[in-house]
Design a protein around this ligand. Structure first.
Ligand SMILES: Cc1cc2nc3c(=O)[nH]c(=O)nc-3n(C[C@H](O)[C@H](O)[C@H](O)COP(=O)(O)OP(=O)(O)OC[C@H]3O[C@@H](n4cnc5c(N)ncnc54)[C@H](O)[C@@H]3O)c2cc1C
Length: 412
């Protein structure tokens, strides 16, 4: 990548060391721009279950030269199945049924492992100024830069600030307005954590079970076969008291799983021991614009689709690639990159944020009648006659015309 910018490289601050923040830091570094990353957590955040790379996100991972690293952690997931309360199969959907484009895609990797791949690539590329346990407390911008005060008390000035700090973004709140203005509650919560693989688990299969009372539990393979990822989806009214209160969150999970069939009891027991318990509301972020002056939002902070959309990681990764590409192309005047980033990325995000038909309701039926009806629909989905319609639905965000920033990329 060309590093002979006529002007010195812009000083860029990235808030958030998740997929979006780390991916943009990596591409900027390869463009000769060594950003500062502040991550609120004290260390890389573990946790999360399988996220997939398909179509344009797989292409971006390839262009970013991440596929060799991904292959080291890649999951061998062979399909998805629904089971009854005794663990007996009801419907099986092998990966090849939808040509690797269904619920289980060709490349699956846990979110924590993917983040690790990005961190390793960052270290290999020379590393950036990375600060854990740090976040922005004050932000004031003028025409030539952004003044930042950090939680540690440190102050600094940057040419550009990237808010990649997730669904509950602090940068978004400080610059664009309160979260309620942009967030739509999608009707429930999701929780993920690691547990020892139960003996009943079928290797390499994503197994799901619906409980009466609008709750769904799932088990997905981990890179280490001795452990698996629990996935719990709960449909309920929004409860602000659940925000950041882990014991209230776990109480809700416990109540919903009490007396449930299949591995519900094991999930509840394992949750208490989990070191990577994750719980958050299902919400969508819609913003009229993703940038203001010298501040720009990336990933969930700007356009969260929730895990229900299935494209959160894809949006963050592609967003990072486009944002870094545009900044590298406008290195002497990085402000000009921001409208271009938005213009290029909007069409992809518009499709990727769409929820599957039926949304959360279809995923979490309330009654046993609803659960049976859901199984009937799933069986129908596996029929040959439905395949063309299913493929159209599953590939709707794959037709994105991904710009090529390789002239700015040193990795190729
Ligand atoms: C622990 C965890 C597990 C997840 N598991 C799944 C999953 O299993 N399936 C799924 O579909 N999605 C999951 N997600 C969400 C998924 O990672 C994102 O939808 C997607 O990857 C987009 O990433 P992002 O970088 O925009 O946001 P995120 O991945 O949420 O990353 C944001 C980062 O910013 C940090 N942060 C938050 N506030 C601040 C602040 N004020 N200053 C600095 N840093 C801050 C957070 O600690 C986090 O590391 C998970 C997110 C996390 C954090």
């Amino acid at each position: 990548m060309s590093t002979n910018h006529p002007a010195p490289a812009p000083r860029i601050l990235i808030a958030g060391g998740g997929i979006g923040g780390n991916a943009v830091a990596l591409q900027l570094l390869r463009a000769g721009i060594r950003a500062t990353v502040v991550e609120r957590a004290d260390a890389p955040r573990p946790g999360g279950q399988a996220v997939d790379l398909r179509g344009p996100s797989r292409e971006v991972a390839d262009r970013m030269n991440l596929l060799p690293g991904i292959r080291e952690y890649q999951l061998d997931e062979r399909g998805m199945k629904f089971v009854d309360a005794e663990g007996r199969d009801i419907v099986r959907m092998p990966t090849e049924l939808f040509d690797g484009k269904g619920a289980v895609a060709e490349i699956e990797i846990t979110r924590g492992d993917f983040n690790q791949v990005l961190l390793e690539a960052l270290a290999e590329a020379g590393g950036v100024d990375y600060r854990y346990g740090e976040w922005i407390t004050e932000l004031a911008q003028d025409e030539t830069g952004v003044d930042i005060t950090f939680a540690s008390g440190m102050r600094d000035r940057f040419d550009l600030v990237i808010g990649a700090d997730g669904l509950h973004s602090g940068v978004r709140r400080m610059v664009f307005g309160p979260e309620e203005q942009f967030s739509t509650y999608l009707g429930g919560y999701m929780s993920f954590f690691t547990l020892p693989t139960p003996e009943t688990a079928e290797n390499h299969w994503f197994t799901a079970h619906s409980l009466v009372g609008a709750t769904n539990i799932g088990l997905r393979p981990d890179a280490d076969p001795s452990t698996s990822k629990a996935l719990i989806t709960i449909r309920t009214e929004a409860d602000p008291a659940l925000r950041r209160d882990v014991s209230a969150q776990q109480d809700l999970v416990r109540r919903r799983l009490a007396g449930g069939g299949w591995e519900a009891a094991r999930f509840t027991a394992a949750m208490a021991e989990a070191t990577d318990f994750y719980f958050d509301e299902l919400a969508r972020i819609d913003m009229p614009t993703w940038w203001k002056g010298r501040v720009v939002l990336l990933g969930d902070a700007g356009y969260c689709g929730s895990p229900l959309s299935g494209h959160g990681t894809a949006m963050a990764l592609i967003g990072a690639y486009v944002l870094a590409g545009e900044i590298a192309a406008h290195a002497s005047d990085p402000e000009r990159a921001l409208p271009r980033y938005e213009e290029v990325l909007r069409p992809f995000v518009a499709k990727a944020q769409e929820l599957p038909p039926g949304g959360l309701k279809a995923m979490t039926p309330k009654t046993s009648f609803g659960i049976r009806a859901g199984h009937t629909v799933s069986k129908l989905m596996t029929s040959k006659a439905m395949k063309p319609l299913m493929m159209k639905m599953l590939t709707k965000s794959e037709s994105y015309d991904l710009p090529d920033y390789t002239t700015q990329a040193v990795s190729r």
